[in-house]
Design a protein around this ligand. Structure first.
Ligand code: GUN
Length: 292
């Protein structure tokens, strides 16, 4: 069994990005600039955005954090998005989700200029990804592909089962894993209505669990020698932690790991790769790589 170390991989990739940024700056080019809009004070979002700002520093990017109260109107947020769309110094930006209930997330996502949409959430980027055109790919599936490549996990011709059909993880993951000359896998997507979920998992060479149900994937669901990728990050109460909670994956790690060729831990697996891929997308934005 080999543990896939997302934390170490993410650190290495950020070093690679920082080296490239140093070369860009030495050539007299502009430092890539990521902006983030954070609405309200949700604890999880505060942590994510803080970590994104720290990652920008590690990569040598310029970063701008725009804070707005959760009482702002949809129009006010749209106006801020429009400002960033027009700001020539900003290469890419994100609006941290979730947003307050009175604001339509889809409307905000569609208002972002797709050429600056480093989250890869805009329908133009989603559509371009689906047909294999250059574009921003959302960070979690992109990070998982990067881990599979860097650890030499064969995907071509393999049976891959994805648990979950979210727009941010399950659906793009399925697209990338089936893509010609990329994942090249045979892909099955299972979700809360699937009747053969257990059987599909038992036949899978690769399981990607992204359903947000702690310890859902148990040893009896996993084939000997499989690769298991755990995207789950449910906060469960834990009095022994200073924060009062710990992150729990979708996989019952202790009993599943001994059966696997490769497995990701939680924390320290997919999580650190997500922010790292946002940095990679920001570097692409700085270089105008996808949309010259
Ligand atoms: N909330 C949770 N994950 C993400 C993400 O990847 N991007 C944004 N914008 N919000 C999030």
């Amino acid at each position: 069994m080999q543990l896939i170390d997302g934390k170490a991989t993410a650190t290495r990739i950020k070093e690679e990005i920082a080296a490239e940024v140093a070369e860009m700056v030495a050539r007299g080019e502009k430092r890539p600039h990521l902006a983030a809009i954070l609405v309200g004070h949700d604890g999880g979002s505060e942590t994510y955005v803080h970590n994104k700002v720290l990652a920008c520093e590690a990569c040598g990017f310029k970063s701008t954090l725009i804070r707005m109260e959760d009482t702002i109107s949809e129009e006010e947020l749209l106006a801020e998005v429009d400002k960033l769309n027009k700001d020539e110094d900003v290469d890419g930006f994100i609006v941290q989700l979730p947003l307050p209930a009175h604001i339509s997330e889809q409307k905000i996502i569609e208002a972002i200029d797709y050429r600056k949409d480093v989250d890869g959430f805009h329908p133009i980027n989603v559509g371009r990804m689906a047909i294999g055109l250059p574009c921003y790919i959302s960070a979690t599936p992109k990070g998982i592909m990067e881990l599979l490549v860097r650890y030499g996990v064969e995907t071509s011709g393999k049976k891959c089962v994805i648990l979950g059909r979210s727009n941010i993880v399950g659906k793009p993951m399925a697209q990338l894993m089936m893509q010609k000359n990329f994942g090249d896998a045979t892909v099955t997507v299972c979700h809360s209505r699937s009747q053969t979920l257990k059987k599909e998992c038992q036949e899978a060479d690769i399981i990607i669990a992204a359903i947000g149900r702690p310890n859902f994937v148990t040893a009896d669901m996993v084939k000997e020698g499989a690769t298991v990728i755990d995207v789950g990050t449910t906060r469960v109460p834990d009095a022994t932690r200073k924060s009062g909670f710990r992150l729990n994956g979708d996989v019952k790690f202790d009993e599943v790991a001994p059966k696997c060729n490769f497995i990701t831990p939680v924390p320290g697996g997919v999580g650190p790769m997500t922010i790292c891929m946002l940095m990679k997308n920001t570097l692409s934005a700085g270089k105008k790589e996808f949309y010259p």
